[in-house]
Ligand binder design. Structure first.
Ligand SMILES: *[C@@H]1O[C@H](CO)[C@@H](O)[C@H](O)[C@H]1NC(C)=O
Ligand SMILES: *[C@@H]1O[C@H](CO)[C@@H](O)[C@H](O)[C@H]1NC(C)=O
Ligand SMILES: *[C@@H]1O[C@H](CO)[C@@H](O)[C@H](O)[C@H]1NC(C)=O
Ligand SMILES: *[C@@H]1O[C@H](CO)[C@@H](O)[C@H](O)[C@H]1NC(C)=O
Length: 465
């Protein structure tokens, strides 16, 4: 059993590490662990066999209580491999951006101008791709190696999909926006990828450092691995997901998919205008040539004008394409739409009012790097000026006591008064009170478990008999 002093020791040693990647990994590992807790045993066994085909894990259970493997360690594989040449194509699959998205005032998901990037190069399309690989494997039509890769991507992408800034088109998901966090310079995306979760872990009440008891303990404890965030998971389970918890009622609906909406072809076409400059020029030409207005209203022609030019250039994907990413059983777009909407939440928008106007940073962003080519949450971590984002409070206090901090004389003077401080009661404090981050982690875990069960339950049942 882990005791409180040990947890504190772990916590402070981690806080002193400059390894920002490790913190960013925490969100993925938590979601993977919550998913694992929710997986029926035969499904988890099959998942483990797919991940470790040579071990025959489900054939040889050493300890009936222990899970045959853990999902947390593979949950960040997709980050680790994405700079390899053969996986470079996956870089844009960690997120999706809608054109003209401008939270907190105007959330577009998508707006009339559609999505940035190609139709297959985004997280929602990629989720459809990997689930279909897994479904083919379940039908016996794919090799286990394909299923293994698809599974590792799936675990990561369901996690990313529950980080609202990975769905946000403004200022590169917040990477282009500098903010202050506990007096240090950070960027807004990084606050969401790592710092808020780190704070949630740090502020978990002490009673969660001991194992949960009863049926809840039996469900949860064997899936914990002695990680720094175990107490946080216990809390999310105990106060959030178990009977009578905050999310007990709504979590039943987290796997629901809306009835399919009428497709693009049948949408009213009277107010339609081409979305792309090339399409507009072509429409103009067609009209000038006297082409029948009725023909212009033909959905097929509209789709051609809208889609082919922008898509062929790799610049944007028209609105409406998202309908292809969902079906009745799995609907990443519908799920993501609700997560994205939090960016504009009326009471507590994830984009706080008080950050600079949208687009203010686009110029400097695109000078430094292209808009599409560079993966989001890797770049900033390599930037030394932003490494101060992970705050070691003790170190800071010591520095200030010794007169070593930047401003020296007065520790109370905000060191970056020009930046919006987010480690504040108005922002981080309210998010914590409302369990905004914990809800997203719980939702990601429950959905990941639901998707895996949906795909693999039949096969897992066969294997067991
Ligand atoms: C796993 O099982 C297969 C057949 O069930 C067998 O051929 C293989 O040798 C086993 N692998 C190990 C590592 O035990
Ligand atoms: C779909 O997923 C498979 C397996 O992960 C991958 O090999 C393939 O390149 C993917 N295709 C697209 C278009 O993303
Ligand atoms: C831990 O303490 C909190 C109060 O701080 C309480 O609400 C919660 O139920 C306790 N959890 C457990 C598992 O006892
Ligand atoms: C472009 O339009 C043609 C003709 O309608 C169609 O066959 C093709 O699939 C379209 N391209 C894309 C990328 O959808």
């Amino acid at each position: 059993m882990r005791t409180w002093p040990l947890s504190v020791a772990l916590l402070s040693s981690c806080a002193a590490l400059p390894a920002v990647h490790a913190w960013a990994a925490v969100g993925h590992e938590i979601i993977a662990t919550i998913a694992q807790i929710h997986l029926p045993k035969p499904v988890l066994s099959l998942v483990c066999d797919i991940l470790h085909p040579s071990l025959n894990l489900s054939d040889s259970p050493k300890d009936a209580a222990a899970p045959p493997c853990h999902l947390a360690p593979i949950s960040t594989w997709a980050d680790a491999i994405r700079t390899r040449p053969e996986y470079r194509y996956t870089a844009p699959m960690h997120y999706i951006n809608s054109v003209d998205d401008a939270p907190p005032h105007s959330c577009q998901f998508p707006g009339p101008n559609g999505w940035m990037g190609r139709p297959t190069a985004n997280i929602l399309a990629a989720l459809g791709n990997v689930t279909s690989v897994l479904r083919d494997y379940a039908k016996g039509e794919r090799a286990v190696g394909d299923a293994e890769e698809a599974l590792k991507f799936l675990v990561h992408w369901v996690g990313e999909m529950h980080q609202p800034l990975h769905l946000c088109g403004r200022d590169k998901g917040g990477n282009g926006v500098r903010v202050a966090w506990n007096g240090r310079v950070s960027n807004f995306h990084h606050v969401w990828d790592g710092l808020l979760i780190a704070q949630g872990v740090r502020l978990t009440p002490r009673n969660y450092t001991v194992p949960l008891s009863g049926s809840e303990g039996a469900l949860v404890e064997r899936h914990l691995r002695g990680a720094i965030y175990d107490p946080y998971i216990r809390r999310i389970m105990h106060e959030g997901l178990t009977d009578g918890g905050r999310f007990a009622d709504e979590s039943d609906a987290w796997l629901d998919c809306p009835a399919p909406s009428p497709d693009l072809q049948s949408s009213p076409s009277s107010q339609w205008t081409p979305r792309t400059p090339v399409g507009q020029a072509l429409e103009h030409t067609l009209r000038a040539l006297g082409v029948d207005i009725g023909l212009l209203a033909a959905p097929r022609l509209q789709a051609l004008l809208d889609f082919n030019f922008s898509a062929a250039l790799g610049l944007t994907t028209p609105a409406g394409t998202e309908k292809r990413w969902d079906d009745a059983r799995m609907c990443p777009y519908a799920w993501a739409r609700d997560v994205h909407a939090l960016n504009c939440d009326a009471e507590l928008p994830i984009w706080p009012h008080g950050l600079d106007a949208p687009g203010e940073h686009e110029g400097e962003e695109s000078e430094v790097r292209g808009w599409h080519a560079v993966p989001y949450d890797v770049v900033e971590y390599g930037d030394e000026s932003l490494m101060g984002g992970v705050v070691d409070v003790k170190q800071r206090e010591t520095e200030e006591a010794m007169g070593l901090s930047e401003e020296g004389e007065d520790a109370r003077t905000p060191r970056h008064p020009e930046l919006l401080e987010l480690d504040s009661p108005e922002y981080a404090g309210k998010l914590a009170n409302r369990w905004v981050v914990e809800r997203l982690l719980a939702m990601g875990g429950v959905r990941l478990a639901g998707v895996l069960t949906d795909i693999l339950a039949d096969v897992a049942g066969d294997v067991q008999t």
